[in-house]
Design a protein around this ligand. Structure first.
Ligand code: BES
Ligand code: MN
Ligand code: ZN
Length: 461
């Protein structure tokens, strides 16, 4: 797996980007042997088409990559990733005019196409390498790609090898790699340290629940990231049907995404003080499982009636968010594979977010555009607050009827963030269901690049 660029000065083969509309003009200018090879191979600049053109000695002289039309390109992202998968071993450099954001997208797409989840079988990573295109920030893109690869690896690793303990190991490894401080509260200690809902959700598993806490950076504004770390979600006693449980190894996708983003932030040495909180649990079934009808008292003191043990993510996040809120950072962002309702609303490709601050929404929209990491705002719609108020406790974890499920889950979380004015929550999918260029089927980060791009604006960096 290679997620870095070739050295700047490596000898390299031109990789010429050609769109469908300029294909005719381009061929006119080519020598006869090139023209006939391109025609013989049927290359017309179609999006994703890749062709190597031999020189007179029979070695790869240069390569062409079809960019299609703008409308075709708009139907996807990271198209250049397809070139990397198709090209033979060698070092390439891009020739062709692209705007700065498009060039950064192309270069990041190339890097991400080098990702393979190779823990359980041989590595089949592409051997083609790229010199960093002129004008792109190569180090930044490499830091982003490494963060995304971490996110994908954590999600792709099955729950048998990625329980709360292994997620803790990955967390500690990341912390020590960048000299961050970390503390972990495990098992029964969650009760004495007052994280009752993390304990309640995780206690039925043979693998003890825990709260992971990392701090990095000594100066600048404060950012706290909170990620849902449900290593496997059976649904608990309100057990999921098989079809819904199949993918639930990815229910720590929020934790994986905040850890990937944390990795990028630390690798870039951003001037901020970062805290990362991950409640790491397995929502399992046993005699000690929490039950429908139970009433839990949260860290914050709010009582919660359990109407569905499958609405566990908001419970573990609530205690972690309450902790985050206690020190009033400049910004709290939670990321979680929280609701099926968010998927129904926007599908797998868009990351819905909720925010208490209009400035954050604008910065995220702009960041999403530049970073090619699509997000969409959903509202913290206050009139729905009554839906999460059951009557016999302060809050209901799973309002009956299921209307506006993503919104009611977000409103639930917001109840635990009172002191911090700027709170943003992402309800992500964390999974690429069908392979696309640079995004193989499997774990996928969402929202992290949009947020990274928005940070200077949000925190005044
Ligand atoms: N982890 C799931 C949400 C989920 C399901 C995310 C499928 C992505 C894909 C979460 O813990 C859950 O089960 N949520 C329930 C909540 C409901 C019981 C109120 C849901 O969305 O069905
Ligand atoms: Mn669940
Ligand atoms: Zn879940």
């Amino acid at each position: 797996m290679s997620l870095t660029f070739a050295p700047d000065d490596a000898p390299s083969i031109p990789l010429v980007l050609i769109d469908s509309d300029s294909f005719d003009a381009w061929t006119e200018d080519q020598p006869a042997h090139v023209k006939s090879w391109v025609n013989a191979m049927g290359f017309t600049g179609k999006l994703g088409a890749t062709l190597v053109i031999p020189d007179k000695a029979g070695s790869p002289g240069f390569a062409v990559f079809g960019m299609g039309t703008p409308a075709q390109r708009a139907r996807g992202r990271f198209h250049l990733g397809a070139a990397r998968a198709a090209l033979p071993e060698g070092t390439y450099h891009i020739e062709g005019e692209l705007g700065p954001d498009d060039m950064a997208e192309a270069a990041l797409g190339w890097l991400l196409a080098g990702y393979r989840f190779d823990r359980y079988r041989g590595n089949s990573a592409p051997k083609a390498m790229l010199r960093p295109p002129v004008g792109v920030d190569a180090k930044r893109l490499e830091a982003i790609a490494a963060g995304e690869a971490l996110t994908r690896d954590l999600i792709n690793t099955p729950a048998s090898d990625m329980g709360p303990g292994e997620l803790e190991d990955a967390f500690q490894k990341l912390a020590s790699e960048f000299g961050a401080e970390s503390t972990v509260i495990r098992g029964e200690e969650l009760l004495s340290k007052n994280f009752p809902m993390i304990h309640a959700v995780g206690r039925a598993s043979t693998r003890a629940p825990r709260l992971l806490d990392m701090r990095w950076g000594t100066e600048g504004p404060t950012l706290t990231l909170v990620g849902k770390g449900v290593c496997f979600d059976t649904g608990g006693l309100d057990i999921k049907p098989a079809a819904s449980m199949g993918l639930m190894k990815k229910d720590m996708g929020g934790a994986a995404t905040v850890l990937g983003l944390a990795r990028t932030i630390m690798a870039l040495g951003l001037k901020l003080r970062l805290r990362v909180l991950v409640p790491a649990v397995e929502n399992a079934i046993s005699g000690s499982a929490f039950r429908p009808g139970d009433i839990l008292t949260s860290r914050k003191g709010l009582t919660v009636e359990i109407n569905n043990t499958d609405a566990e993510g908001r419970l573990v996040l609530a205690d972690a968010l309450a902790l985050a809120d206690e020190e009033k950072p400049d910004l709290i962002v939670s990321m979680a594979t929280l609701t099926g309702a968010a998927r129904v609303a926007v599908g797998p490709d868009l990351a819905p977010f909720f925010t208490t601050d209009a400035g954050v929404a604008n910065a995220l929209r702009a960041g999403a555009e530049t970073a090619r990491d699509p997000v969409w705002e959903l509202p913290f719609h206050a009139p729905y607050e009554k839906m999460i108020e059951p009557g016999i406790a302060d809050l209901d974890n799973a309002p009956s009827g299921g209307m506006a499920g993503a919104i009611t889950a977000a409103l639930f979380l917001r109840r635990f963030v009172e002191a911090t004015p700027r709170y943003t929550h992402f309800d992500i999918y964390g999974w690429q269901p069908i392979a696309a260029p640079s995004r193989p089927k499997g774990g996928a980060g969402q929202g992290a690049r949009a947020l990274l791009d928005a940070l200077p604006d949000l925190l005044g960096l």
